[in-house]
Ligand binder design. Structure first.
Ligand code: PMP
Length: 300
């Protein structure tokens, strides 16, 4: 696979209200966000030229900043507009959109009250987190790293610092030949993958861990609404790893992962079944609708 480095591409990036040529969007090495992970971000997808659930992503970005103690100096309307403009300028109709807010270089110590808050938005083509053969199902290996207690880390923020253990876990899983890691939480309960939430089909119902120490994904909530529309019972509860063997189907959800079947977790094997196929198809249809139609569909 040829990797195209992210700092050497054509196009432009929205940065603090200006449009900067892609290769010139460079940051000083003495930035607080880089040293102390004082950064929050979003991962969004556009389909047919519409960014799916844009306002929810923007609200979560603003809220993530507040959880980390800063106010992003742009309104929700301005951030939505920045994302839409970035998408339009990219020339893509189907794309991944990445807004990121971070503390600047005015101070470089733990205390960073006087730092300026910056915001950037970039868009690029990124078909799916798990690549083209994801429909065969991905394979997860349980990580040794745990999702933390909600008093240990700001688990409801999409904060850069939380991805330190995600990358370490994903690399460990990849080194063992798996696609991703399954993360347990500090209690030993099943939580999520490194960048996607997890669902289990058990006795015809959809079971998913309660989002009390990991990100309650926008895709997770969307899939739960789609399941309800299909009269598939949805159960949010604590799930222990030794229960996973009772599942007949497993899938993960996320803006980047979309709905992706899981065919293996450690030594457990799963078939891709009807519930996964139905929700995958419903999700694919929903994301391709215009925003107003999406609202109508989910309200019905
Ligand atoms: N958990 C983590 C750790 C993630 O990075 C993501 C992707 N943002 C998700 C869950 C899924 O969230 P969403 O459906 O909002 O993209």
């Amino acid at each position: 696979m040829t990797l195209i480095p992210f700092d050497d591409r054509d196009g432009s990036i929205w940065w603090d209200g200006a449009v900067v040529p892609w290769r010139d969007a460079k940051l000083h090495v003495l930035s607080h966000g880089l040293h102390y992970a004082s950064a929050v971000f979003e991962g969004e997808r556009a389909y047919n030229g519409h960014i799916f659930k844009l306002r929810e992503h923007t609200e979560r970005l603003l809220e993530s900043g507040r959880i980390l103690g800063f106010e992003i100096p742009w309104s929700a309307d301005q951030i939505d507009e920045a994302c839409l403009q970035t998408l339009e300028r990219s020339g893509l109709t189907d794309a991944y959109i990445r807004p990121l807010a971070w503390r600047g270089s005015e101070q470089l110590s733990v205390s960073a009250q006087a730092t300026r808050i910056h915001l950037m938005v970039a868009a690029w083509a990124w078909p799916n987190l798990f690549g083209a053969d994801r429909m065969k199902g991905v394979r997860l290996a349980t990580s040794k790293w745990k999702r933390p207690h909600p008093e240990t880390a700001p688990i409801h923020a999409k904060a850069a610092g939380l991805y330190m253990t995600s990358t370490m876990s994903k690399h460990d899983a990849e080194a063992q030949g798996y696609s991703d890691a399954l993360m347990l939480d500090w209690r030993g309960q099943v939580s999520e993958a490194t960048g996607a939430n997890i669902f289990f089909v058990m006795d015809g119902a959809l079971h998913t861990p309660t989002a009390d120490c990991f990100l309650d994904g926008i895709t997770r909530r969307t899939v739960m609404a789609l399941a309800a529309k299909r009269q598939i019972p949805v159960v949010e509860r604590a799930i222990m790893p030794d229960e996973m063997g009772h599942a007949t189907e497993v899938f993960v959800t996320g803006s980047a992962a979309e709905v992706t079947p899981v065919r293996q977790i450690d030594d457990l094997h799963f078939d891709s079944g009807l519930v996964t196929a139905t929700l995958l198809k419903d999700y694919e249809a929903l994301v391709r609708m215009a925003p107003e139609q999406v609202r109508l569909q989910l309200a019905a």
